[in-house]
Design a protein around this ligand. Structure first.
Ligand SMILES: C[S@@+](CC[C@H](N)C(=O)[O-])C[C@H]1O[C@@H](n2cnc3c(N)ncnc32)[C@H](O)[C@@H]1O
Length: 346
């Protein structure tokens, strides 16, 4: 593409530069705080274009593919501020195991340091969409990498911004004064919609808006966000929702899809517990809730309650507190006063 053919699409505070991110001429050195992106996976996907042309060649030789990514990653390194963070999402396709490692190595060769790898879990315990890919030859793949890369030791992140309440409230005061802990490096982010045809409408490989949303939140000083492979505009949609300025590069933009995703998406931030059944709903909690919902008699509920250990009772009350249920829901349980008084510490 000639430099004279570059153009800019503007959606409120979000811009898409229609050009290859191999040259991000519009961006000054060190001008970006967070980069969130998912590059083409080079798996032979047919990325659609508005004018019906072939679009991006997603079947390069491995050498050409990695060389292309190196050019873009070097540009990312140039434009990212020394305190900035680069979230690079890529999964391994079933027949091409180990590709993601090669891609992150290229990022390292381009000047980045590896901070850690976040696992993006798309489906847990049957909740969340994924494309069945295993058949009889391997297990279905439910996760992808989010490589976290930085330029220097000056980077800043704030894990509790995307934290979660303690399951065991006796940790309050022990590890932290507030009921908030770092939720860790496995992110459970299901797609916004669950049918393949709806996800794929207009684009072949979007990530859920929750992914860039969480990544951007982790960087407290973020003002300017970049996605060098903007696709449907998911990263810019997240930046928009967070009131930040977003810039995307997309060589083959579908303008209507991007506009819809940035300005009219129905995304609402959720803090899904990682393992809903195990973390927040212990067996005791589930059993008690079932009895309360099934109208088990007062006497029977009292008997069950009185048979529980003190610790189990406390666990139940903590879970109930996190669920935000009405106190009247618990009327049938003869909750001992001391359990409430000592709720915060053992
Ligand atoms: C995996 S998709 C990104 C999807 C995006 N994360 C989303 O949620 O929609 C990769 C995108 O990179 C675009 N692309 C390919 N080569 C490019 C280049 N040289 N410069 C900019 N964009 C490019 C493709 O058209 C495709 O939309």
């Amino acid at each position: 593409m000639l430099d004279s053919e570059r153009r800019k699409l503007q959606f409120e505070n979000q811009s898409i530069i229609v050009a290859s991110s191999e040259k991000m001429l519009e961006l000054e050195d060190e001008s970006i705080d967070v980069i969130v992106t998912s590059p083409p996976y080079n798996v032979g996907k047919q990325y659609s274009t508005t004018d019906g042309s072939k679009g991006y060649d997603d079947q390069l030789s491995q050498k050409d593919y990695l060389f292309f990514l190196e050019t873009v990653f070097k540009e990312c390194n140039r434009v990212l501020h020394s305190s900035g963070v680069f979230f690079l999402n890529i999964g391994d396709s079933a027949p091409d195991q180990g590709k993601s490692e090669k891609v992150v190595e290229i990022a390292v060769n381009s000047g980045f340091k590896r901070l850690q790898t976040i696992i993006w879990a798309k489906s847990l315990f049957g909740k969340g969409h994924f494309t069945p890919s295993g058949g009889e030859r391997r297990l279905n793949n439910l996760w992808e990498n989010i490589f976290v890369l930085v330029k220097s030791k000056n980077y800043k992140i704030s894990p509790k911004k995307i934290g979660m309440p303690y399951t065991d409230k006796s940790n309050i005061g022990r590890y932290s004064e507030e009921d908030l802990r770092d939720a860790g490096d496995i992110w459970f982010i299901p797609y916004e919609v669950t049918t393949g045809s709806t996800i794929k409408k207009g684009h072949e490989a979007p990530f859920p808006i929750g992914l860039p949303y969480k990544a951007i939140q982790l960087v407290p000083h973020a003002k300017k966000v970049l996605d060098p492979f903007a696709g449907t505009g998911s990263t810019l949609a997240a930046a928009h929702q967070l009131g930040l300025q977003g810039i995307g590069y997309e060589a083959f933009p579908r303008e209507k899809v991007i506009e819809e995703r940035i300005l009219n998406n129905t995304f609402t931030p959720q803090n899904l517990p990682l393992l809903p059944q195990l973390e927040n709903y212990s067996e005791i909690t589930t059993m008690m809730l079932n009895h309360l919902m099934e109208n088990t008699s007062q006497e029977e509920i009292e008997a069950i309650w009185n048979g529980l250990k003190k610790r189990e009772k406390k666990q139940f009350l903590w879970s109930i507190n996190d669920l935000g249920l009405e106190p009247s829901f618990l009327e049938k349980i003869p909750i001992e006063k001391e359990l409430f008084n000592k709720k915060k510490k053992d």
